[in-house]
Design a protein around this ligand. Structure first.
Ligand SMILES: Nc1nc2c(ncn2[C@@H]2O[C@H](COP(=O)(O)O[C@H]3[C@@H](O)[C@H](n4cnc5c(=O)[nH]c(N)nc54)O[C@@H]3COP(=O)(O)O)[C@@H](O)[C@H]2O)c(=O)[nH]1
Length: 617
C-alpha cells in the first residue's frame, strides 16, 4: 500500500533540520514519507506533484509567506482539503493564530514544539490519510470490479443476444420449413394438394370477377406402378422428379403445377385466351413424354393421360373442378393411354352406370349369372378346329347379355377379376371334361382362357391345378391367353409364375400381339407357345400394306422362335387368303364363327371338322 506523505516547509535550514530530526526520530516515522520544501513556491510545486496527508507550514518565509502559500494551496479545488498545520516561532499572538485558522489551518503550533504533541497531531492525519488511501484503493478495486462486472455483463448480454438471435433465426427457418412442407410436395418441390386447392379457390373467385376462362388439367402417368415395382422406389422417385420438370417446362411460368401424390399431377391455367389453349398445352405435355426418361441407367418409356375441366361450365368449386378433371382423366385412360379428354356431362352418366355395374358385379358370381361362350380357332393347314377361346358372357338381370368388353374393365378395377377368373378356369375345365366324355366325336382340343394380370399373382398355378384335378382333365386341355401390353408391364414376376405353369404342360399364348412392343429378348425369356396377332393388324389386311408387312414380320419372328401364330378377328375371305399366303398357322374370327354357347359351338365344331375332312380329303 502507498505510504502517506507529509510536507515540511521551512526556509530556515536549522529549523528545517530540527523539525525533520524530530519527525524522523518518532516511532511512527516509518508510517509515512517526509518531503521537505524551503519556500512557498517549492511547496506549491510539491503539492502539485504529490498528495499530502498533512502540510507543516512555516509562516515567516521570504517572498511568499506561509499564509499566502496556504491560501494558494486551498484555493485549488483538488488541494482544498489538505490539512495544514502552521508552525511558527514569531506569530504567536492571537490575531495571527486567527488569521492562520482563517486560511484553513487545522492547527497552529508555536516553536519550540513539544515533539510528542507534533507527532501525535501528525499521526492523526497519517491515520486519516492511510484510511483515505485504503478507501481510495477499495474504491478503485470496487470500480475495477464494477468495470469487470460491466464487461462481464456486457459479454453475457452479448452472448444471450447472440443465442436469442440464433434461436430466432432457427425458429424462423423452422417456420419457413414447416410452411414449405405445408404447401410443397417434398419430392418434386411442386405445390401440394392443399396449396393447389387454395390457389384454385382464389383463381375461381378472380376468374368469376373478371369474366376470365380457367382450365384444370388432371395428369396421370401410365404404367407408373409397374415401373416403380420393376426399377425400385428410388428410380420411381427420380422419374417423378423428371416428369415434374418436363411438365413445368411445358407450361407458362404463371401456370400452377402441383403434385397431388403418387403419379398424379395437376396444372391450373388461369386467364386462358380460349379453351383450345388448354387442349394445346395438354397435347404439348403429352408430347414431352414421347422422349424416353433416363432413370437408373435405363431408358424408360411412359405416357400420360390427361383430363381437362373448365371453369365455370364443368364446376365452380374446387371440388367440382377437381372431380370433373379426374373423371375426364379416367376416361382418357380407358379410351387410350397417352390421350387427352375434356370433361362432358355424358362422362358423369357413364360413371354412374359404371359404378352401378361394379356393384352388380359383386353378386353376379353368387347369382350364377356368368356363362362361357366359345370361339373356334381353325388350323390353316387342315381346316379343322385346333382349339377354342373361352369368352366370358354375363347374363345381366337389367341389361341382358353382356360381352367381356362391357364388364371386364369394371371387374379389373374392383378386383373381382380374380374370383371371376377362377370361375372361368373351373368352368373351362368342366366343359373340357364334358366334351371329352360326350362321345360326340369332339376332339380333345385345348380351351384357351383369358388371364388377367392380377390372377397371375393370386396363386394361379394352384388355382389351375385344383381345377384340372377336380374335373380330371389333362393340362393339355387348357391354354392361357395373356395380353402382351399388360404382361410386359411386370415381366419379371410374371415370367416365373408362367414358367411354373408351362412346365406343368399347359400352353401359353400372347394375346393382342403387336400392341405391347415387347422385344425379342422378352419373347425369348417368356415360356410361350403361341403368338396371337392383334385384330387391329388383321382388320385392314389388303387395304393397308403396312399391316400386311407387320403380319408378315410377326409370322417370320414366330417361325424363328418356333412359336405358332394365330390371327384373330378374321372376318373376310380376303383377310383369310392373305393370312394363308403369309403363312399364319391358325385363324379365328367371325368369318368362321362368333363366340357361341357350348352346345352351339359343339355343333359348329362338328360341321367345320366334317367340311374340312371332305375338302382336305
Ligand atoms: N380376363 C378375362 N378377359 C376376358 C374374358 N373373356 C373375355 N375377356 C376379354 O374381354 C375383352 C372383350 O372380349 P369380348 O367382348 O368377348 O370380345 C372378344 C371377341 O368376341 C371378339 N372377336 C372375336 N372375333 C372377332 C371378329 O372377327 N371381329 C370382331 N370385331 N371381334 C371379334 O374379340 C374379343 C377377343 O379378344 P381377345 O381376348 O383379345 O382375343 C377381350 O379383351 C377379352 O380378352 C375372361 O374370361 N377373362
Amino acid at each position: 500500500m502507498l505510504k502517506p506523505k507529509v510536507l515540511l516547509v521551512n526556509d530556515h535550514p536549522a529549523s528545517l533540520l530540527a523539525l525533520k530530526t524530530l519527525l524522523l526520530s518518532g516511532p511512527e516515522s516509518g508510517e509515512y514519507e517526509l518531503i521537505t520544501a524551503t519556500s512557498g513556491a517549492e511547496a506549491l510545486r510539491e503539492v502539485l506533484r504529490h498528495r499530502f496527508a498533512v502540510i507543516l507550514l512555516d509562516i515567516s518565509m521570504p517572498g511568499m509567506d506561509g499564509f499566502e502559500t496556504a491560501e494558494i494551496i486551498h484555493s485549488h479545488f483538488r488541494l482544498a482539503s489538505i490539512p495544514i498545520i502552521f508552525i511558527t516561532a514569531h506569530y504567536a499572538d492571537e490575531l495571527n493564530r486567527l488569521k492562520g485558522y482563517e486560511q484553513g489551518a487545522v492547527d497552529y503550533l508555536i516553536t519550540p514544539v513539544i515533539p510528542q504533541v507534533l507527532r501525535s497531531k501528525i499521526s492523526v492525519f497519517i491515520e486519516l490519510a492511510k484510511k483515505n488511501i485504503q478507501l481510495q484503493s477499495q474504491k478503485e478495486a470496487l470500480a475495477m470490479r464494477n468495470r469487470d462486472l460491466q464487461i462481464q455483463q456486457m459479454e453475457d448480454l452479448k452472448r444471450i443476444n447472440a443465442t436469442l438471435e440464433e434461436e430466432i433465426i432457427e425458429r424462423r427457418q423452422a417456420e419457413e420449413r414447416a410452411h414449405e412442407l405445408a404447401i410443397r410436395d417434398p419430392l418434386t418441390g411442386l405445390m401440394n394438394r392443399r396449396s393447389l386447392a387454395e390457389h384454385l379457390e382464389h383463381a375461381t373467385v378472380r376468374a368469376a370477377r373478371r369474366g376470365e376462362l380457367l382450365a384444370l388439367l388432371f395428369l396421370d402417368m401410365d404404367r407408373f406402378k409397374a415401373i416403380n415395382d420393376t426399377l425400385g422406389h428410388d428410380a420411381g422417385d427420380e422419374l417423378l422428379c423428371q416428369v415434374a420438370r418436363r411438365i413445368s417446362a411445358a407450361v407458362r411460368e404463371s401456370d400452377v403445377v402441383a403434385r397431388l401424390g403418387g403419379d398424379e399431377f395437376v396444372v391450373l391455367m388461369e386467364d386462358l385466351p380460349s379453351y383450345a389453349a388448354a387442349s394445346e398445352v395438354a397435347r404439348k405435355i403429352v408430347k414431352t413424354y414421347e422422349e424416353p426418361f433416363s432413370v437408373a441407367s435405363q431408358n424408360v418409356n411412359t405416357s400420360v393421360s390427361i383430363g381437362i375441366s373448365l371453369f365455370p361450365q364443368d364446376g365452380t368449386s374446387v371440388n367440382e373442378l377437381m372431380r370433373s378433371a379426374d373423371l375426364a382423366m379416367y376416361h382418357a385412360k380407358q379410351e387410350r393411354r397417352g390421350s387427352v379428354q375434356f370433361f362432358h356431362e355424358e362422362l358423369n352418366a357413364r360413371m354412374v352406370e359404371r359404378s352401378q355395374l361394379e356393384q352388380e358385379l359383386q353378386h353376379a358370381l353368387e347369382n350364377d349369372e356368368f356363362e362361357l361362350y366359345y370361339q373356334p380357332k381353325v388350323d390353316a393347314a387342315t381346316g379343322r378346329v385346333a382349339g377354342v377361346e373361352a369368352l366370358l358372357r354375363w347374363h345381366h338381370p337389367r341389361l341382358g347379355l353382356l360381352s367381356g368388353g362391357q364388364f371386364i374393365p369394371a371387374a379389373l378395377d374392383t378386383g373381382k377379376v380374380v374370383p371371376i377368373g377362377e370361375w372361368v378356369i373351373s368352368a373351362a375345365c368342366a366343359q373340357a371334361k364334358l366334351w371329352q366324355e360326350s362321345g360326340a366325336g369332339l376332339p380333345s382340343i385345348p380351351i384357351a382362357v383369358n388371364i388377367a394380370i392380377p390372377q397371375i399373382y393370386a396363386n394361379l398355378p394352384e388355382v389351375i391345378d385344383r381345377a384340372l384335378r377336380e374335373y380330371g382333365v389333362p393340362p393339355s386341355s387348357l391354354q392361357l391367353e395373356i395380353t402382351e401390353s399388360l404382361l410386359i408391364e411386370d415381366i419379371e414376376r410374371a415370367t416365373s409364375v408362367l414358367r411354373e405353369i408351362s412346365e406343368s404342360g399347359i400352353t401359353i399364348a400372347i394375346d393382342d400381339f403387336g400392341t405391347g412392343y415387347s422385344s425379342l429378348s422378352v419373347l425369348k425369356t417368356l415360356p410361350i407357345d403361341v403368338l396371337k396377332i392383334d385384330q387391329s393388324f388383321v382388320r385392314d389386311l389388303g387395304k393397308d400394306l403396312g399391316d400386311n408387312a407387320i403380319v408378315a414380320a410377326i409370322v417370320n419372328m414366330a417361325r424363328a422362335l418356333a412359336l405358332r401364330v394365330v390371327a384373330e378377328g378374321v372376318e373376310t375371305q380376303e383377310q383369310l387368303n392373305i393370312l394363308r399366303q403369309l403363312g399364319c398357322d391358325e385363324h379365328q374370327g367371325y368369318f368362321y364363327s362368333k363366340p357361341l354357347p357350348a352346345a352351339l359351338v359343339a355343333e359348329q365344331l362338328g360341321r367345320t371338322n366334317s367340311t374340312s375332312s371332305t375338302s382336305h380329303a
